[in-house]
Structures are given as C-alpha cells and as structure tokens.
Ligand binder design. Structure first.
Ligand SMILES: CC(C)(COP(=O)(O)OP(=O)(O)OC[C@H]1O[C@@H](n2cnc3c(N)ncnc32)[C@H](O)[C@@H]1OP(=O)(O)O)[C@@H](O)C(=O)NCCC(=O)NCCSC(=O)CC(=O)CCCCCCCCCCCCC(=O)O
Ligand SMILES: NC(=O)C1=CN([C@@H]2O[C@H](COP(=O)(O)OP(=O)(O)OC[C@H]3O[C@@H](n4cnc5c(N)ncnc54)[C@H](O)[C@@H]3O)[C@@H](O)[C@H]2O)C=CC1
Length: 718
C-alpha cells in the first residue's frame, strides 16, 4: 500500500509500504494512484515527496507477480501521470531504488538520495528490460554510453556515482525525507517543463551507428546466448533514434517478447532459488531458523596452496582476522607474496586500504590455538588430512569449529579423528576461492546444527552463496560432474572430437566446453583421483582396458597423463598451446591421430555425432545424477543443485540450472532419452533413469517448485 499525509503545511508525503523492499505490487501501485490523485487535488499541497518506509525507497516490481496474471494499475501510466503533474514531485531515495523503483524516481521532477543508497536497473538479470520508461528516460538523462552500461549489466551504482552521472540531483548524509521536503518547499510553484525527462533529447553523439554496432558486438559476446542484454541495447537505440512516444512503443514491444520467454522464467527462478538456499534444512530436522550460529572473528587456514591463498584473501577482505599455517618455508614465502598481491589488487579496485594486517603467516600449527574456526586446505590426501585433524583436535581451544576444504573426501572420516566430531563440517570453496561465489557447506551425520549454521553464516559474511549439502563422494557439484565428464570421454571414443563436444556445450551457453575446462584445471587432478580409486592402473593382460568394475571405462584421460599431457600447464592436453602455461587452445593434430589409433586398437568404428547427442548424453547424465542426489537426501531440493551449478560450474544463468532445465525440456523427454541411451549403453549405469525421475513423470511432471512434495513421499516410502 501507500500512505498519504501532509507535512510542513504544503508538502504531500507519499510513503510506499510493502515490506521487505516496498516492491511495486498491485496494491502498492493502486496506493500510488490514489495518493498521487489526493495530493494533486488538494489545493493546500504545493509539492509532493515520495519515499519508502523503513529506510528503503523501492526494490522495483514485485517479481512474484510476474509468474501469474498481472492485475492492478500498470506502472507506465502511473509514472507518466507523476511526470505530467503540475506540482513538483520529489523522490527521497534511501536504501535502494532498483528497477521499477528507479523508473518511478525518474518520473519525478527531482531526486534526492541518501549517501548509502544504491540505484540501478537490474531487470536484465531477470531476463527483462526496464520497461516502465527506464530504457527511454535514463539515456535522455545521462547519455547513451552511461545508460547502456547500467542497463545492459544491471549493475547498481552508489549515490555518489549516481550524482556524478546526473541520475540524482542531491546526495545527503542527513535524513533524506527532511532534505527532500526542504527541496520540495523550495521548488514549489517553479516551472516544471525543464524537469520532465521524457521531453529531453538524448545528448548528441557523433557516430551513433558505429557506437551501437560496437556495443552490440560486445554485448552479444558477453551474453553468450542470453536475449535480454540484446533487447536492452535495442531499446536504448530506440531512445537515441526515436521520439519518446515511439521509443516507448519499442520498449513495450521488446518487453513483450522477453516477458514470456523461458530465459526470463529461468532467471527469475534463479533469483528466488538463491534466496531459498539460505533457508537450509537437513534430513535430521536441523533448520536455519532454529539453529543459532556462533560469532566467528578469528579464522585459521591450514595449507597455503592454490585454495588456501584464495580462502585467506576472502576472509581478510571481509574484515576477519586470519592465521595461516604452511610448513614449507619456500611455499610460505611465495604464498605471503601472492596473498599480499591479491589483497593489494583487490583493495585498489575497491578504492580502500589493503587489509594486509588482517593476516599472519606461520609455519607451526600451534599458531591456531586461539582461533574460532579452522579451514583445512592441505593436499587432497586422506592420510595427511586425518593427521592434520588429529593435531587440530589437540591444539585448538575447546569449541573451535574444524572445517575441511576437501573436494570429495569423506567429511565424517575426518570428524572421527577429533574429540569433537559435532564441530566438524566441510567448507568446499571453488577456485579461485576469492572470486568464485559458491560455497558448499557439507554436514556429516555427526555435525551439529550450530556448526552448520556457523559455517553458513561465515559464508554469507565473506560474500559467498552458501549451500548446505550432505556428505557423499564429491558432495553435489563434483558428484554430478563425474557422469558428465565420462560421457564426454565416451563420445570421443565413438567418433566425436574435443572441438565438437566443446562447441556444442559452448553453444548451449557454457563459457568453456568440458575439454577446455579440463585443460585449464589440469588433467592430472582427475588422474590422481582415479589412481587413488585403483581405476587408472594399467590392466593385466586379458582384461579390457575399457572396463572397470564391470562398467564401461575410458582410459583416454589416463593415457594423455601418461604422456605428460596435463593441459595448459604442460602446453599439451586435449588441445595444444603455444607454450606451457599458454591460454589459447588450438586443435592438436597429434591428438587426432592418437584418437584414431586408439579407436582402431580397440575396434571402435567412429560414427557421426551431432550436437544434440552431445548435449543429451552429457547433460542428461548429469541431471540424472542430480535426481539421485535428491533421492539420497544429499541436497534438500532442486534449487540447491541449481544454485551450485549456476555459481560454481558456469551453467548458463538463463537456463536456470540443470534441474530447472530438465523441467523446461520436459521430464518425460529426459526420461525417454535416458532410457534410449541406457538401452544403447547398458554398461553405463549412470544412464539408467533413477527412481525419482520416474516417480516425477508418473506424478504428471509437476513444476520444479513442487518436486519437494514428491521427494518427501518417496523418502517416506523408503
Ligand atoms: C532489494 C535487494 C537488493 C535486497 O537484498 P537483501 O537485503 O540481501 O535481501 P534479499 O534476501 O535479497 O531480499 C529480501 C526478501 O525480499 C524479496 N524481494 C526482494 N526484491 C524483491 C522484488 N523486487 N520482488 C519481490 N520480492 C523481492 C526476496 O525474495 C526476499 O524474500 P524471500 O525470498 O522470502 O527471502 C535484493 O533483494 C534485490 O536485488 N532484489 C531484486 C531487485 C530487482 O531486481 N528489481 C527489479 C525488479 S523488475 C522491475 O522492477 C521491472 C519493472 O518494474 C517493470 C515494470 C513493467 C512491467 C510491465 C509488465 C508488462 C509486460 C507486458 C508483457 C505482455 C505479455 C503479454 O502479451 O501477455
Ligand atoms: N585446486 C582446486 O581447484 C580445488 C581444490 N580443493 C581442495 O582444496 C585442498 C587444497 O587444494 P590445493 O590448494 O589445490 O592444493 P595445493 O597443492 O595447491 O596446496 C596444498 C598446500 O598444503 C600444504 N600442506 C601440505 N601438508 C601440510 C600440513 N601438514 N600443514 C599445512 N599445510 C600443508 C602444501 O605445502 C601446499 O602448500 C584439497 O583438498 C583440494 O581437493 C577444493 C576445491 C577446488
């Protein structure tokens, strides 16, 4: 709703009231219509201030309404009426003015912002464009280049930047409404024609066509198949080229296409999924709202390799005190230099002082005696990790939470090395740990709700999207990756090339295909794991090299590693590079003839493989494992899996994550294709459709937000 009052004798005050972010729901929009009418018809009122309650101006349209039938008065005529008003309208922006919230403010004649406010048009991140006049008014106000930047990226700007760009007229540290009222009093009765942004012409540009061509090319490249950023450019182009009324028609037309698109549905699902995962629960009944985290001020990081360095940086940047331990003297020195460099570069970007003093560097584990929480990041070696956990259990003060950054090992086995297994959880970061947003927080059977709550809270504090997951080999993300990679290897055996597989995946929207990713992260990583599992050893004579434990196996990755081809680091892998450490992959004739020989040796007759088969086999195998994870209760719901893939594995955001994508494709189709491929490859158990998928299809393939009911039923029957 919106509340109306008259203050300082002649100022009408309209307050948006719709917690938590004063979104523009149908009721709020109706409230604005009614209160604006009241203010304009009251002869005592000479000017009007619009603000939001609880220090928040407005978070934009109510995104939940987009999924249903939109009712209530539309926003565009409301904003037109505000702009056309014959009394000055002033927006008092506190907290946020986002999307429709900023568009509402742009309809006002004046804008005052609090110094801590953030403003932006983030519609593109929801698969939309600013269609309440934002794409037409912003370029008229601040010029085409700056508007293009804001609208195509959706980035928020601070009040200071907004002032510099000309979005707001005034920034204040004081009470924003008071300052806005003062301004409203001072401009009462003054002419308003020059304050109506829709009447402006965009600031002239000398070469409009080349500018838009260049921007479009850049945006297309960055969008990797997303349609909203392209539509945003087209809308701004209309603002630059057409009179306002025609520009608005174009904005409406473009929005109509986006509004009903699958991409918009996926991105809006992902917005709510991100928020849903913070409301975690476990099969044993622990929940986010009944578990109290303990405050964490001082954290230890054990092992300053690739991961330990990034984790230490993320912690220090969030203001935590960090104690690092690295026994190798040379490694310690190198790490100190690398960490300081990362902190300095990060601080320069953010315009703050580098938090170098937040970190101490030690070679002795005794240094961690007084920390609140430890994150172990030593080599992926169970025996070593066990030893470290035994030491930590002795050295740390009572009550210290002990966390491991293992990517796949059993968290419970590590817990059993300590005297306090209830304080042990996994905190699985992703490389580079100071950049990647995802954190899997892994609870074992003995982890206490408080330990889980504390790790989740710490994740939030350091800016991660944290997802609580159960303990199993590879947890959620890496467990699902295994069948995906395996299918890619099998496709090579059957006739595909790394180039073909990668192209199919990149056209789907991944920034890199699986073979390029493998070259980047190093083939030796998986090789070591397979060797640890006894899979990568050469077979005794008579045993097939392509069968392990009764299942199909591809030794292709192992064979490359035996040749010293570890990917980018050695300059050779699935592709070739100009030098060790080179970044640009190119097709490698050596690999192609090696593959030919390999197929001939194993009697494999290559066949033509198309993009559809690549996508179906790789992605459906991964999705099937996702269903198994839900069946096993390792992830609480499909949103958890989707968020993990969106933030940790480069899944294209406009496809909503693998489980959402399965729903979009249609569960019966996914089931049918898995059945087809399993029939063709009965020695690949990952392709056998799992019970939950069958059960969902049998229940009429409900939408993704209803899956939890089916999962619950399935669990109660097991
Ligand atoms: C606001 C935030 C920055 C706050 O962040 P934080 O404090 O971290 O809190 P959160 O946990 O994120 O959020 C708290 C709580 O609030 C919920 N929430 C937040 N924002 C919204 C919102 N806008 N709508 C609904 N709910 C919201 C959030 O979900 C949390 O609740 P919980 O899930 O229960 O925990 C941050 O939240 C944020 O960034 N929010 C999103 C801001 C945003 O993106 N705003 C833009 C929205 S889109 C918009 O404004 C567009 C318009 O206004 C255009 C209007 C024109 C529409 C025209 C439609 C006509 C189409 C014609 C097509 C015709 C087709 C046909 O022919 O049929
Ligand atoms: N590299 C990656 O992309 C990811 C790795 N991980 C996991 O993170 C952990 C660390 O991996 P990386 O950083 O890649 O390894 P790394 O090999 O780069 O670094 C490991 C570090 O641990 C140190 N170390 C060894 N024994 C130690 C001890 N007893 N005490 C203190 N430090 C000791 C080593 O000297 C080395 O500096 C592993 O469990 C790995 O599986 C998790 C996510 C991603």
């Amino acid at each position: 709703m919106a509340q109306y009052s008259r203050i300082s004798g002649s100022v009408g005050l309209i307050t948006l009231k719709s917690p938590p972010v004063n979104a523009l729901s149908a009721v709020v929009r109706q409230g604005i219509v009614d209160t604006v009418e009241k203010a304009l018809s009251d002869p005592k009122v000479k000017s009007v201030v619009i603000c939001g309650q609880n220090g928040i101006f407005c978070g934009g349209a109510d995104i939940k309404e987009f999924a249903g039938n939109m009712s209530g008065p539309p926003l565009v005529p409301i904003i037109h009426a505000i702009e056309a008003a014959n009394k000055p309208m002033v927006a008092a922006i506190e907290g946020i003015a986002l999307g429709g919230g900023l568009e509402l403010a742009l309809g006002c004649h004046y804008r005052v912002a609090h110094a801590k406010a953030r403003l932006g048009l983030p519609e593109v991140t929801l698969g939309l464009l600013p269609a309440a006049g934002g794409s037409q008014r912003l370029p008229r106000l601040i010029g085409v280049p700056a508007a293009l930047d804001l609208i195509t990226t959706g980035r928020h700007v601070t009040a200071a930047e907004a002032l510099q760009l000309g979005i707001v007229d005034q920034v204040t540290d004081h009470k924003t409404v008071d300052v806005a009222v003062k301004l409203a009093l001072s401009v009462a009765g003054k002419p308003l024609d020059a304050r109506r942004i829709s009447t402006y012409l965009c600031p002239p540009l000398s070469a409009l066509d080349p500018l838009f061509e260049e921007v479009m090319q850049k945006v297309r490249q960055r969008a990797r198949g997303a349609i909203a950023p392209i539509a945003c450019v087209q809308a701004v182009r209309a603002a630059a080229a057409l009179p306002y009324a025609q520009g608005m028609e174009r904005e409406k037309e473009l929005m109509a296409t986006l509004f009903t698109s699958g991409q918009a549905r996926a991105l809006q699902y992902s917005f709510f999924a991100q928020r849903a995962v913070s409301k975690w629960s476990t099969p044993s009944g622990a929940r986010w709202d009944t578990s109290t985290p303990r405050p964490v001020h001082k954290v230890a990081v054990i092992g300053l390799g690739t991961m330990g360095r990034g984790i230490a940086v993320a912690l220090a940047q969030a203001g935590l005190s960090v104690v690092t331990v690295e026994p190798q003297e040379k490694q310690l020195m190198e790490a100190k230099q690398a960490v300081s460099g990362m902190l300095e570069r990060g601080a320069k970007k953010r315009g703050v002082a580098p938090p170098l003093n937040n970190i101490t560097y030690n070679s002795n584990i005794q240094a961690v005696a007084d920390v609140d929480l430890v994150i172990e990041a030593v080599f992926e070696d169970m025996a070593l990790k066990k030893k470290v956990f035994q030491q930590l259990s002795v050295v740390c003060k009572p009550g210290t939470f002990l966390c491991t950054n293992t990517s796949a090992l059993d968290v419970d086995q590590l817990a059993s090395q300590t005297r306090t297994p209830e304080l042990v959880v996994g905190m699985h970061f992703f490389a580079p740990a100071n950049v990647m947003k995802l954190l899997e927080v892994v609870y074992g059977p003995r982890s206490s709700p408080q330990a889980l709550a504390t790790a989740m809270q710490l994740g939030k504090k350091i800016g991660k999207v944290s997802v609580a997951v159960g303990n199993c080999r590879g947890f959620v993300g890496n467990r699902m990756l295994k069948p995906y990679i395996e299918q890619a290897f099998f496709l090579l055996e059957e006739g595909a090339t790394p180039e073909l597989v990668d192209r199919a995946l990149e056209e789907f929207g991944f920034s890199m295909g699986i073979f390029k990713v493998s070259d980047l992260s190093g083939l030796d990583v998986g090789w070591r794991v397979r060797k640890g599992d006894g899979l990568a050893e050469p077979r005794a004579t008579g045993q097939s090299a392509r069968i392990r434990e009764g299942r199909r196996y591809s030794p292709l990755g192992d064979l490359l590693c035996e040749q010293g081809r570890f990917g980018q680091k050695t300059g050779r892998g699935w592709y070739q590079y100009s030098k060790p450490g080179g970044r640009e992959p190119s097709s490698d004739p050596w690999f192609h003839s090696f593959l030919k020989e390999y197929r001939a040796k194993h009697g494999l007759v290559p066949r033509a493989i198309d993009h559809q088969e690549v996508l179906e086999r790789c992605l459906y195998a991964l999705i099937n494992e996702g269903f198994r994870i839900l069946e096993d209760g390792i992830a609480a719901g499909p949103e958890d899996i989707d968020v993990i893939y969106l933030f940790g594995y480069g899944w294209p955001s406009y496809r909503g994550g693998p489980m959402f994508y399965a729903g979009m494709v249609g569960l019966p189709k996914v089931l049918d294709r898995l059945e087809h491929y399993y029939q063709a490859h009965p020695d690949v158990p990952y392709l056998q459709p799992c019970t939950l998928l069958r059960r969902l299809v049998a229940s009429g393939s409900p939408p993704v937000h209803k899956w939890r009911e089916v999962i619950k039923k399935l669990h109660s029957q097991l």
